[in-house]
Design a protein around this ligand. Structure first.
Ligand code: SAH
Ligand code: SF4
Ligand code: F3S
Length: 448
């Protein structure tokens, strides 16, 4: 590769989960520290970071087509870095297949992006998919450095990696073993985010409720302990966390839902399937019954909690009767929201070579029926909110002049018209409901 001028502008494109969004922001901060600025909308960037996701099929193919699309009319390309989970899983292939890529960096190594960039401008290509435990966070610049502002809602990765090894999933391979970030670092990062303007923080982890730490007196803490401490930050109004594993819903965390007012009444607790045989083949290590028991306890602690889940249809060997059990589970729970996917065989995972791979037409049909049931329930949940008065955290402007969009405590998108500003909490009467959002009427603004 030839030498290039040091880049002045960058663009980070993140795909996949919220942890990738968080990583994308942190990479942006690293580049900003190097003096790069975000490329203005509609303009080419000198450096493009594709922060990729490997969770389902075609992810890698998408990376190659994205790389192709970056080619400019004169045949040149910007500097390209491929980051994220496809970089981790297929870094060498990317380097071999895509000569315009000069950097491949895994999710645990991106703190080294600036050094890689120096080498890339000298014409050297580099791959870094090491997984040094913990090193990354310590090497990143502090949040809010140089007066960088945060939006009203911010992500904070508290836990990374996964030791659960569900048989369909690539995450344990792409993100590595479970690690919890130290308590003091998290309190510090949260305080900085709040100082920079955040009013809501969502704590992130592949298994966020497996987070453990120690307070300054050496006492062991779980996620609930961290949440209780964060709730003491005066300007922080709302706390959320995602994604949780059913087996890590501790008594303390469940109790926190009833006791910590700033902890929002929303729980995303993936179940994947409603058949114990399928759950076992997935290595989920919970049953339908144990999952429902957890939900019951959470609902006892916080009766108005909104529940959400993830579902996979067409796991190898799933029969029509087993799929029907998933529909029954959905009927029993009444989810406020959910994500659902067709099973996608991932190279290197045990399920990919299991017998009884389900035909695409069958998966299409099951997904359609599943999603019909889920959208019926989310519409019912939203309709049941009509007539309530609730607090909305204002996040952005709507499409129409004078329109604002924010979130209810139950993570519903609510739009309303009137005077407002970002980051403000306003009182709104919920007036109309659709499956994905609600319309409200502004009642009052909190005193500034
Ligand atoms: N750690 C979280 C989420 C991981 S990935 C958890 O355990 O719930 C997010 C979702 O993607 C999963 O919950 C699952 O529903 C889906 N998923 C993961 N691997 C998949 C695969 N191979 N095919 C289809 N969906 C998958
Ligand atoms: Fe994947 Fe299972 Fe770990 Fe979630 S718990 S990240 S689905 S292996
Ligand atoms: Fe995708 Fe990696 Fe997240 S595979 S879902 S970006 S952990």
């Amino acid at each position: 590769m030839r030498q290039v001028a040091p880049p002045r502008t960058y663009r980070v494109k993140s795909f996949g989960c919220q942890m990738n969004v968080y990583d994308g922001e942190r990479m942006g901060e690293l580049l900003a520290e190097r003096g790069l600025s975000v490329a203005p909308e509609g303009e080419d960037a000198d450096l493009v970071v594709l922060n990729t996701c490997h969770i389902r099929e075609k992810a890698a193919e998408k990376v190659y087509s994205d790389i192709g699309r970056l080619r400019r009319e004169d045949g040149s390309s910007p500097l390209i870095a491929v980051a994220g989970c496809v970089a981790q899983a297929e870094g060498d292939e990317i380097m071999a297949r895509a000569p315009s890529v000069s950097m491949v960096v895994g999710p645990q190594a991106y703190h080294r992006l600036p050094e890689m960039l120096d080498r890339a401008t000298k014409g050297e290509r580099a791959t870094d998919t090491d997984m040094p435990a913990d090193a990354k966070f310590a090497a990143l610049p502090p949040r809010g450095k140089g007066g960088r502002r945060s939006g009203p809602t911010a992500f904070l990765t508290v836990q990374e990696g996964c030791d659960k090894f569900c048989t369909y999933c690539v995450v344990p391979y792409t993100r590595g073993a479970e690690i919890s970030r130290p308590y003091a670092d998290l309190i510090d990062e949260a305080a900085r985010l709040v100082d920079a303007g955040a009013r809501e923080i969502t704590l992130l982890g592949q298994n966020v409720n497996a987070w453990t730490g120690e307070d300054s007196k050496g006492r062991a803490l779980g996620l609930d302990g961290l949440i209780r401490e964060l709730a003491k930050l005066p300007d922080l109004q709302r706390i959320r966390y995602t994604t949780s594993h059913p087996n890590d819903m501790t008594e303390g965390l469940i109790a926190a839902h009833g006791e910590v007012g700033k902890l929002m009444p929303y729980l995303h607790l993936p179940v994947q399937a409603g058949s114990d045989r399928v759950l076992k083949a997935m290595n989920r290590s919970h049953t339908v019954e144990s999952y429902l028991k957890v939900l019951e306890r959470v609902r006892t602690a916080r009766p108005d909690i909104a529940l959400s889940g993830d579902f996979i249809v067409g796991f190898p060997g799933e029969t029509e009767a087993e799929f029907a059990e998933t529909l029954s589970l959905i009927d029993a729970v009444g989810y406020a929201a959910a994500f659902s996917f067709k099973y996608s065989p991932r190279p290197g995972t045990p399920a990919a070579t299991m017998e009884g791979q389900v035909a695409m037409e069958v998966m299409d049909d099951r997904l359609q029926r599943l999603q019909a049931a889920l959208s019926r329930d989310s519409l019912a949940f939203n309709r049941a909110s009509v007539g309530k008065t609730c607090d909305i955290l204002v996040e952005r402007k709507g499409r129409h002049p004078g329109q604002w969009i924010g979130k209810s405590p139950w993570l519903q998108s609510v739009h309303f018209e009137g005077e407002s500003r970002f980051g403000e909490i306003v009182t709104v009467d919920l007036a109309e409901a659709g499956p994905n959002s609600l319309a409200g009427r502004l009642v009052e603004r909190a005193p500034a």
